[in-house]
Write a protein that binds this ligand. Structure first.
Ligand SMILES: Cc1cc2nc3c(=O)[nH]c(=O)nc-3n(C[C@H](O)[C@H](O)[C@H](O)COP(=O)(O)OP(=O)(O)OC[C@H]3O[C@@H](n4cnc5c(N)ncnc54)[C@H](O)[C@@H]3O)c2cc1C
Length: 477
C-alpha cells in the first residue's frame, strides 16, 4: 500500500481545507490535502457566491460581532466571536492579496464586471488557491478518506481509497475539513451526507449540536435547491389551492437578515404539513423550507477535537449556530483555518514510516442506503416528530450496520451519523431556532445554553447522546 509522510493531512478541499493548506504551504509546512471527488461528498464551496458580510468584516469589537451573530439557540461555539475578532481582518487581508474584492451594498464579493453575487465564484477562488498550494509544494490527492489511524487515542494519519487502490498518509496532525451533513436530509440544497463525521465518531470522536441546521425559507423541494430572487420575481405562492398570502407578504417585507428564521418559525412550523406550490407563468415548484448550513459537527476547543492530533475546520466543525448566516461561513472558515495554521506550523517533520494495518475498503458508496436514510429521516421530521419513530429509526440503523461487510465502512459511518442525529433530536425535547418538534412546540428554558454530544460505542455498536452546558471546557472526560 502506498504510504506518504507529511506534517499535516487535510481532509477536504473546500474553502476551509484549501485556506488551511495554502496557509501551511506558504509557511513551509508539508501538507497533503484530500478531496473525495465523489457525488456523495461534493465540495460545496465550489458553488458558493463568496459573499462576505460587510458589517462582520468592519466590526472592531466583540459587541458588534455578537449583534451580527445573534443566536437564539444559545448553542453557538463560545469561542466564535473572539476567533473572528482576532483573526478575520488578518486572514481576509491575506485573501485579498490573491483575490481582489469589491463592495456590493451590504456585501463584499470577488471583483467582477457583473454587479451581483455569482454562484460559482467560490470555484474560481478555490482553483486559484489550489494552484498556489501546488506551486508552494503541497500535494492534492483525489481520494476518499476511509479511516483515521487511531491507536491508544492518538491519531497517526489516515487511510484513503482512490482509482489506483488504497493508500496511507502518515502525519503529525489530521484536520477534518469535510464539510456539512445537511445532505442527510432529502430536502437539502447540498447532498453532502457527511460520512466523514461518522468515520470520526467510529474512531472515538465526539459530535455535537447535530440537531441544528439552518433552513432557507423558500426552496424547490422537488429539485432540492434554494429559490433565489430571479426564481421568485413575479411568482405566486399557494397553500394547497389557495394563495399563501401571509407567506407572500412575509417574503416581500421581512428583511433578508431575519427572513429565514422568521418564516420558518412563524409559518413553516404550522403549515409545513400542507403541500405548497410556487407558480410563475408556466413554471411551478413544490415549495417549502430547505436545509442549508449545518450548525453542529465535530466538538472542539480551539479546533482540537477529543482525539489527539485530530483537528477540525469549516462546516464540519461545531462553530456557527446563528439566526442569519448570509455572508458569514467563509469569514468564519478562513478565520479558524488561519488560527489552526498558527497552531500547526511548528509541528516537527515526520521522518520514520510506521507500519499500519488497514482493512480492505470499498471505493463505492451505497446510493440506495443513502436514499433510504434520507427518506426515513424525513418521515419523523418537524410536524411528524414522534419518539416512537426515532426509536424505530435507531433500531433500523443498528440492524443495517450489522448487515454491512467491513469493506463498506463509509456506509456504516453514514448510519452512525444518522443515528447520532436522530438521538440528538430525541434528547432535545423542545423547539428552538430552526429545530422544531411538534410534540414539544415551544422552547424549554432549562435547555437554553445546552448542546447535545453524541458518542459512538464500538463494543455495543450503539450511539449515546447527552446534553452538556455550552461552555468552553465542558467536554466530559
Ligand atoms: C449555493 C451555496 C452558496 C453559498 N454561498 C455562500 C457565500 O456566498 N458566502 C458564504 O460565506 N457562504 C456561502 N455558502 C456556505 C458555504 O459555502 C459553505 O458553508 C462552505 O463552502 C463549506 O466549506 P467547507 O470547506 O467546510 O466544506 P466543502 O466546501 O463542502 O468541502 C468539503 C470537502 O471535503 C471533502 N470530503 C468530504 N468527505 C471526505 C472524505 N471522506 N475523504 C476525502 N474528502 C472528503 C469533499 O470532497 C470536499 O472537498 C453557500 C452555500 C451554498 C450551498
Amino acid at each position: 500500500m502506498k504510504q506518504i509522510l507529511t506534517q499535516v493531512t487535510v481532509i477536504g478541499a473546500g474553502i476551509a481545507g484549501t485556506w488551511l493548506a495554502y496557509r501551511l504551504a506558504r509557511d513551509g509546512v508539508s501538507v497533503v490535502m484530500l478531496t473525495a471527488g465523489h457525488e456523495d461528498t461534493p465540495t460545496v464551496s465550489l458553488g458558493a457566491a463568496t459573499v462576505f458580510n460587510r458589517r462582520l468584516m468592519d466590526s472592531r469589537s466583540p459587541e458588534d460581532l455578537a449583534n451580527i451573530l445573534l443566536d437564539e439557540t444559545a448553542t453557538q461555539h463560545p469561542e466564535l466571536q473572539s476567533l473572528l475578532h482576532r483573526y478575520l481582518q488578518r486572514e481576509f487581508a491575506e485573501l485579498t492579496e490573491l483575490v481582489p474584492f469589491q463592495t456590493l451594498a451590504t456585501m463584499l464579493v470577488p471583483r467582477h464586471p457583473i454587479p451581483f453575487p455569482r454562484l460559482g465564484a467560490g470555484g474560481e477562488v478555490i482553483a486559484l488557491l489550489h494552484e498556489q498550494i501546488l506551486t508552494l509544494g503541497g500535494q492534492i490527492i483525489t481520494g476518499r478518506v476511509t479511516d483515521l489511524l487511531v491507536e491508544d487515542g492518538v491519531c497517526r494519519g489516515i487511510a484513503y481509497v482512490h482509482a489506483e487502490g488504497q493508500g496511507i498518509v502518515q502525519s503529525g496532525a489530521v484536520v477534518i475539513a469535510s464539510g456539512g451533513y445537511s445532505g442527510l436530509m432529502p430536502q437539502a440544497h447540498t447532498h453532502n451526507s457527511g460520512s466523514m463525521l461518522g468515520t470520526f465518531a467510529a474512531a472515538g470522536g465526539e459530535l455535537t449540536n447535530l440537531e441544528f441546521s439552518q433552513r432557507h425559507a423558500l426552496g424547490d423541494l422537488t429539485a432540492g435547491r434554494v429559490l433565489y430572487p430571479p426564481d421568485l420575481e413575479g411568482a405566486q405562492f399557494y397553500r394547497g389551492d389557495e394563495r399563501a398570502v401571509w407567506l407572500e407578504r412575509a417574503y416581500a417585507t421581512i428583511s433578508e437578515e431575519r427572513r429565514d428564521i422568521e418564516i420558518f418559525q412563524q409559518y413553516w412550523r404550522y403549515n409545513g404539513h400542507i403541500p405548497h406550490t410556487l407558480k410563475r407563468g408556466d413554471i411551478s415548484y413544490s415549495l417549502g423550507p430547505i436545509y442549508g448550513l449545518s450548525m453542529g459537527g465535530v466538538a472542539h476547543i480551539g479546533s482540537a477535537s477529543n482525539i489527539e492530533n485530530v483537528h477540525v475546520a469549516g462546516e464540519a466543525a461545531h462553530d456557527i449556530a446563528a439566526d442569519a448566516i448570509i455572508g458569514r461561513p467563509w469569514a468564519i472558515y478562513i478565520s479558524s483555518a488561519g488560527r489552526l495554521a498558527d497552531t500547526l506550523k511548528s509541528l516537527p517533520a515526520e521522518t520514520t514510516p510506521e507500519a499500519f494495518s488497514v482493512p480492505e475498503r470499498s471505493s463505492e458508496v451505497d446510493a440506495e442506503l443513502r436514499t433510504s436514510v434520507r427518506r426515513r429521516l424525513l418521515s419523523f421530521e418537524d410536524h411528524r416528530f414522534s419518539e416512537a419513530a426515532v426509536a424505530e429509526f435507531t433500531e433500523w440503523c443498528r440492524r443495517s450496520r450489522k448487515e454491512l461487510s467491513e469493506t463498506h465502512n463509509s456506509d456504516a459511518a453514514i448510519l452512525i451519523l444518522a443515528e447520532s442525529y436522530a438521538l440528538s433530536a430525541l434528547l432535545r425535547r423542545e423547539s428552538r431556532g430552526y429545530f422544531y418538534r411538534a410534540d414539544f412546540p415551544t422552547a424549554d428554558p432549562t435547555l437554553s445554553r445546552h448542546r447535545t454530544v453524541a458518542r459512538y460505542d464500538r463494543f455495543s455498536d450503539t450511539v449515546q447522546v447527552e446534553l452538556v452546558p455550552n461552555a468552553i471546557g465542558s467536554r466530559p472526560g
